[in-house]
Design a protein around this ligand. Sequence first.
Ligand code: SF4
Ligand code: SF4
Length: 361
Amino acid sequence: MNGIAAAIGDLVQKIGRPVRLMEVCGTHTVAIFRHGIRDLLPAGVSLLSGPGCPVCVTAIADVDRAVALARQPGVLLATFGDLLRVPGSAMSLAEARAGGAQVAVVYSPLDALELAAANPGHQVVFFATGFETTSPLIAATLLTAQERATGNFSILSVHKLVPPALRALVATPELAVDGFLLPGHVSAIIGVDPYRFIAAEGGRPAVVTGFAAADILEGIWLLLRQLAAGAARVENQYQRVVRPEGNPRALALLDAFFEPADAVWRGLGTIPASGLTLKPAYAELDASRRLPVAVPAAREPAGCDCGAILRGLKTPPDCRLFGRACTPERPVGACMVSSEGSCAAYHRYGQRPAPPVGPAA
Ligand code: SF4
Ligand code: SF4
């Protein structure tokens, strides 16, 4: 590890200016802290967290919709635990549950389907969040629901696609990022090709990277090697898991049930074709069609900088609520709730001084 850290130091010297890299994936953020990678890097390299945690990017309006559904009589809402405490405009799902709404925590979409079988008197709605990593599991669950002719199961799909969000980021004029560490798990499903535009249109290098400390350091080294050579390519550090074409079976399953739709991302706004909605043929599995609820306009929490943090424009300590009004015990924004959230990671593992924000060279 020290050898590669030294090689990174040599490349920074060669580049001759500070370099800012974005780790797109929340699991990378946590791994970087846990392995002390920031402390191994020379001062000229800064790491920024990006929009890579599905909980953090779930829009407040979508949390509000889930809360409204959970409060409908006869509805049982199933959700992953991390989402329970994400503040909505008026309340979180945990607060809705404390007020009498039926909310169950599940560990997989199949658990939610089992809940439907065990509760025939209820409409069971699974709050389906996540990136390409989890959406094939949802599609497999929908297939099982169809085979079993489950009449009381549907999903509220707020699934998101990573490449369109990166496309929106790369097009941001104030983006101060020199290169991207790309998420290994998402890439195992979609492959490497969907990222080519980062280099071709954004002129920045990008490396699909695994999650071990050695993977991350090698990913950083590969990015710096490109920057030192003035190159911009998409490389695959995680070849033992990620094939260039991804996982065709998972992609076919996704394609059978879902189609792309515009989606609202916290901090990034509406991004065209960046979400997944159920195809019209599966309307009976789609909670937004089966159980429509009216939701007032969403209200963002005052003072929360999640939006700027998810775009790499600020780091958590820049937020004046960080560690004061906003802590993991009393989160104000989603980035402090999720175990993969940037604010939660900074809070748990301490922090290195924030790099100055300015345009990337
Ligand atoms: S789902 Fe996978 S790729 Fe996405 S943030 Fe989590 S670990 Fe990273
Ligand atoms: S510290 Fe809290 S309020 Fe500030 S950006 Fe993070 S989640 Fe939002």
